[in-house]
Structures are given as structure tokens and as C-alpha cells.
Design a protein around this ligand. Sequence first.
Ligand code: MG
Ligand code: ZN
Length: 381
Amino acid sequence: MQLIHKCHKTVKKAGILLSLTAIFFQGCQVKPENSAKAESADSSPLNVIFMIGDGMATGQVTTMFYYKEEPSVFEQFKEIGFINTSSSSNKVTDSAAAGTAFATGQKSFNRGLGLSPDSLPVPTILTILQAKGYQTGLVSIGSITHATPASFYAKVTDRDMEESIAEQLLEADLDFFAGGGLDFFNKRKDGQDLYQSLVGQGYQMDSVGMSRVTDTSRKYGYLLAPNGLPAKHKGRDSFLKEATEQALAKLSASDSGFFLMVEGSYIDWAGHARDKEFMLAEMLDFEEALAVALKYVDTHENTLLIVTGDHETGGMSVGKGAQIDQVDLYFNTDQHTADLVPVFAIGRAADSFKGFYQNSDIFHKILKAAGIQNDKIELVK
Ligand code: MG
Ligand code: ZN
């Protein structure tokens, strides 16, 4: 294979002495020519960053095109699809069933986590990828035991069983997690201190702030609020961006591939509250974390970034404002809706996320992109 040297021209022009040139060459990256072709044939493990805006569909994303001075980072996506988010029990899904569809490749019933429609436990994408040596991480603004993150590791018939879900986190063998939910670990009805159990498992735990990952050989856990973290417009700091940065620092230190789920949890809450200020603050915050992920994909060829919502909340649209040439946010409901939800993909195998499909198909598309056969799990139509 012919190799090109990106720095060659610069060095030649500068006319630097040979010895200096040699030093400079050492610092340059040697890349195969035609890296696009090399990429598709690349057998290195796939890194997956899966970002979920809870309650985020087209209307919510549209706000970033009207309420920001700079261009929306969503403009960077060229591969875009749409999902139907209905669950096996309801046309309008909740976050538990929607998360379960993403995590297991099967649509299931509202309120259940990690279970099939007949309540049997189903393997999640985390356990399948862990068996292939992948590192795994979960980031959520809400409690780490809340429906969306829990759908990736817990098996319960009702999402409100958060103390039971916390116990199941101890079995999940995550390499990184960050969110709220401390009370479900150390202020439990059964008196157990699961925070200490996590320390005992070797986790570098933090309940105060988003401290930096300093030893990538360790597992990291952050439980930074009794339940969910504060809303952005009520004083949350740049947690989501920083947690995404630290998760990538930890997970990418190993070259065995990783799966990272990052949730913008309160876009949904803003929709339920029909609150414009809340919505814009959470969308801007989600975009900041998304910018971190986009930058990572830009510099790591074997990475796939998928951004979607689990369902729409609020029946929200960007409509005509009171004054001429102004826009405003309008909410049709304080509930979830059955609106189609956009899927944005970039990086390796991104083109497979174009078109119209079911929310559960995302699981199968990710495994296919990772080159993993998973014949046992059938698509539920
Ligand atoms: Mg959620
Ligand atoms: Zn909701």
C-alpha cells in the first residue's frame, strides 16, 4: 500500500535541515493514502458513541437552527434517517420501552426494562459487546437508575424499581458511568451501602464533582446528586460535556473498542413542563456534549456516532412569534407523542442509518457495523 505523508509538503517548503526534518517526521502521522477504502476494510474494533436526547425529535432539534448565533452542530450530519418509536404495548412509547428497543433490538412493553414482551430477560448491546472485549460507559443527567440508562443494564418489570436497578448496576461491569442517583445506592430501604460496594469492586467513585480520569486502568463511577442533577436553567454546570470528555478519555485508552451512551435527559422534562427556557437550555447543553463527540469522531476513524431521541415530548414546534420575524416555541401536549424521530449518524458505517426503520433496528445496525453476528435476536415487527 502506498503511503503519503501529510506533513511532507510543509517540511519541504520550510527547507529545514535534514536532522530537524527527521525529528519533525517522527511527530507526524503516517496515513494510508485512500483512507476511506482502508477504513471500510479496517478490522479494528468499532467505537460507538450513542447519544440520546430524551424527548428530542425534529422540533427540538429545529430550535438549534433558530436560537443560536453560530450554526447548529447538527448541520455536520449528512446521513439522516427516521425511526418509528412505538412500543409493543403502546403506539406512544415511554422511555423504558424505547430504551429497551435501543438496548436489546426488541420492542417491548411500556415501563419494562431489558425484558421481552413476555417478560423474559433479553441480552443488551452492552453484554454482547463486553463479550467481544469492548469497554462500556453510560452518562445521564438524571439518575443512572432512571429508565433510559437503566434500559442498557437492568431487567425489571417496572422502571420505578430504582433500588433494584441500582443493585443490578453492580453486576453490569461498566467501565465508566456518570449521572445522579446516589440515594438509590446509599440511602436504601434495605440499609445496604452499594456506593461502598462499588468502591470494593475497584471503582474510582466520586459523589462531589466531575473529577478527571487520571488512571485509565481503573473503572470510574460518578454519582453526583441524590436523584437527578439540577436542570440547566436551574444551575447545572457543564456536567454533560465534561462527563462525555472524561468517558471518552477513559474508554478510548484501551484499543479494544468501546460503547458509550450519553443521554440528554431533560429535553423530555422541558417538553412535559411545556417550558421554553428549560427546553432551549437543555438543547444547547446537549449540543455542547454533541460537539465533543463530533470532534472525537473527526479524529478517530474507527468511530461511529449516532444521535437520536427515544420519542418526542410536548408535540413541540417552532412557530411564528408575537412580533414580526420572530419565532416562538409551541407545545401541543404535556405528554409524549408518536412523532417520527430523526437519527443522525457520522463516522464508520454511518450510511446504514439512512432511511426509515424501527427504533429497535438501531441495535442491529450497530452490531452489523461492529461486524458482530447476532442471529438469535429477531426483529419484532
Ligand atoms: Mg431518560
Ligand atoms: Zn417523558
